[in-house]
Design a protein around this ligand. Structure first.
Ligand code: HEM
Length: 131
């Protein structure tokens, strides 16, 4: 009698809305498939421990979408230090990320929300190459 179907007191996070962990995993897998297939980008990833990188990217995406995993965003600075990522290559990765979310039917407002986070971390990622 007190049950009211459909009534909920907890707000649904963007993470839950897009399908949780399996969707995040799929997004990350697709993203690195595209990045490694891109002639301008693939060299950056030579010798990189991809399973570890994908794991960290999944944690970051979960974090940004309000999921259970957290990732210390300030680590992005040290992770990209010395890679010499150019503004054009940064943009290219952002475009792939947005494209993957679009492919997975993530709602546009969530894609834009992720885009804002990516824009905010740009100064941590685009740095002059180490001399
Ligand atoms: C667009 C925003 C980007 C985000 C959110 C991002 C996110 C990440 C994350 C979470 C890691 C793992 C760091 C860790 O181990 O804790 C990582 C590592 C890495 N990223 Fe990015 N990244 C971005 C852009 C780029 C770009 C533009 C490039 C190069 C074209 C790039 C190349 C790399 C490489 C090579 C590593 C591995 C570094 C290593 O382990 O030695 N990233 N990135």
């Amino acid at each position: 009698m007190s049950d009211s179907p459909g009534a909920t007191t907890t707000a649904t996070s963007a993470y839950e809305l897009i399908g949780g962990a399996p969707s995040v995993r799929e997004a990350v897998d697709r993203l690195y498939t595209y990045l490694l297939a891109d002639e301008q980008l693939r060299e950056y990833f030579d010798g990189v421990d991809l399973p570890r990188l994908k794991g960290h990217m999944a944690m970051l995406l979960s974090h940004v979408l309000g999921g259970p995993a957290t990732y210390p965003v300030e680590h992005l600075g040290s992770a990209h230090a010395g890679l010499g990522v150019s503004p054009a290559h940064y943009e290219r990765v952002v475009q792939y990320a947005a494209g993957v979310l679009f492919e997975l039917h993530v709602p546009m407002d969530i894609i834009l929300q992720v885009g804002q986070v990516l824009a905010s971390v740009q100064p941590l990622i685009v740095r002059p190459a180490a001399a």
